[in-house]
Design a protein around this ligand. Structure first.
Ligand code: PEP
Length: 249
């Protein structure tokens, strides 16, 4: 872990209603207690729970982020949500380019304009990148990540954007229980940092690892030199297990 402040974010995916988000917030805040928390903490509820979650976490150390954003301000985009709409719920940011969104058709070009639109609207962004198992086994991981990062970060070339973080999430480790070893995670995050350094300020940007992070592996992963936190799916759904991961930072 570097002197960059760690970020622990929980992606709820398509789980929890507004009422459940409010209940979760009470449980998580009780778990975290009143003292300062070492890590920056965020949760990413579905769109319908953003407003109740933002209200329930208001004034606390836990930020609320959306899971996706559309690049347009408004218009004929059925089922989509703009950055301004996300900001109006009280949420502070959004994930962009999660592999489950990319698998549903989100392209590199869309990821790039969505990161830009979210940052321009004053939101923070966690940009997600990651390779498939076939790509890893074919030795294509670095080239693939380089291409994803170039596509998404070129609009920021030369700029250090405080509100931008990157999550390296190998697709083969998401929801599979198959975590990357700390060594693989470190090596790959170091590559992500080196590529980012050519585009934005790679020494300052926070790079997270995501993929089957649990309370019992979080601390070793976050102990790696280039890993500045974690993006957690399944294990973030339970407030006690997410709090244990926050404490591991
Ligand atoms: C994710 O969806 O971003 C993720 C990392 O999921 P899980 O922790 O369940 O593998």
């Amino acid at each position: 872990m570097s002197d960059r402040r760690p970020l622990v974010a929980g992606n709820w995916k398509m789980h929890k209603t507004g009422a459940e988000a409010t209940e979760y917030a009470a449980a998580l805040l009780a778990e975290l207690g009143d003292g300062p928390v070492e890590a920056e903490v965020a949760v990413c509820p579905p769109f319908t729970a953003l407003q109740p979650a933002a209200a329930a976490f208001a004034g606390s150390q836990v930020a609320v982020l959306a899971q996706a954003v559309h690049e347009a301000d408004a218009g004929a985009h059925t089922g989509e949500i703009s950055a301004g709409m996300i900001a109006a719920t009280g949420a502070a940011g959004t994930l962009v380019g999660h592999s489950e969104r990319r698998a549903a058709g989100e392209t590199d070009a869309q990821v790039a304009v969505r990161v830009r639109a979210a940052i321009d609207a004053g939101l923070s962004v966690i940009l997600c990148v990651g390779e498939s198992l076939d790509q890893r086994e074919a030795g294509e991981t670095e080239a693939w990540l380089t291409a994803q990062l170039r596509a998404a970060l070129t609009p920021f070339e030369g700029v250090h954007e405080e509100r931008l973080s990157i999550a390296y999430e190998p697709i083969w480790a998401i929801g599979t229980g198959r975590t990357a070893t700390p060594q693989i995670a470190q090596e790959t995050v170091a590559h992500v940092r080196a590529v980012s350094a050519g585009l934005i300020d790679g020494e300052r940007v926070r790079i997270l690892y995501g993929g089957s992070v649990k309370p019992d592996n979080a601390s070793e992963l976050m102990g790696q030199k280039d890993i500045d936190g974690v993006l957690v799916g399944g294990a973030s759904l339970d407030a006690a297990s997410f709090a244990a991961i926050v404490r591991a930072a």
